[in-house]
Write a protein that binds this ligand. Structure first.
Ligand code: SF4
Length: 253
């Protein structure tokens, strides 16, 4: 871990009210497998290594957390390098009490300019998919009735995928958002969101369409709408519509 990443973690923990961090005791270099201790040495060694009472670190999601508190904690966040080129922090949008949350990868140029997730071409496709599928299936919801956010809140330069350390640092906010909303189901859009929530090494084509669990909440993996915009992905489009139908019926039937 680099000094910058360590600093980001410490700042985040401080914002969460965690003031004490415990460090593992390094092994004593003079104690090897062949060391023989006298009885007094043995007693002092046992005493030195006995477990001590310690403060239990608070959960990473504070009690009574709300989206408003999380947004306040983010502030003008500079906890990872993605702050350098962003115009806006794209926190999330939609119904804060929604029973369904969509999680994407990160903001693109349009989202960065407007501060709202999924408003570019991929976002318009997602809106269309939610509105049309719900209407065809007789489910009375529209995009504004669900909550939409991303794994990272700032736009990665040139729309590159977020790097693992950026996902780890910013993922703390996503964790808190999901814990605060406690939706009936989550839908992860694309491989990055899948990795952030499931830590799975399997490819998205293997994982999509099946229910998984994130902290006890049913999680559906599907394709990112930007992948569906490519002409040759007609079959993926059909599958994504199937995934969405499954999610909407599960949540709203
Ligand atoms: S991506 Fe997240 S952690 Fe990084 S600067 Fe933006 S809000 Fe902060």
């Amino acid at each position: 871990m680099t000094a910058d990443q360590l600093r980001s973690y410490l700042e985040l923990y401080r914002d969460l009210g965690i003031s004490t961090i415990y460090k593992a005791r390094p092994p004593r270099p003079d104690l090897t497998e062949t060391s023989v201790l006298t009885e007094p040495e043995l007693i002092s060694e046992i005493r030195a290594n006995a477990p001590r009472p310690h403060t239990v670190l608070p959960s990473i999601a504070p009690e009574d957390d709300t989206l408003e508190k999380i947004r306040l904690d983010i502030g003008d966040c500079k906890r990872c390098r993605l702050c350098e080129a962003r115009h806006s922090i794209v926190f999330g949008s939609g119904n804060e009490q929604s029973r369904l949350v969509f999680v994407g990868e990160g903001p693109g140029a349009d989202e960065d300019a407007q501060g709202i997730p999924f408003v570019g071409r991929a976002g318009q496709l997602l809106t269309q998919m939610i509105d049309n599928t719900a209407s065809k299936e007789g489910i009375p919801i529209r995009r504004d009735d669900v909550y939409i956010c991303n794994v990272v809140k700032c736009r990665p330069p040139e729309n590159r995928a977020p790097q693992p350390d950026e996902m780890e640092i910013c993922g703390q906010y996503l964790y808190r958002q999901l814990m605060a909303i406690q939706p009936k189901a989550i839908c992860a859009l694309g491989a990055t969101a899948m990795r952030a929530l499931l830590n799975s090494k399997l490819g998205i084509t293997k994982m999509r369409g099946e229910w998984q669990k994130w902290n006890g909440i049913p999680l559906m993996i599907s394709y990112h709408p930007s992948y569906l915009l490519r002409q040759y992905n007609q079959e993926a489009k059909r599958q994504a519509w199937e995934d969405l139908k499954k999610v909407l019926h599960f949540v709203y039937d």
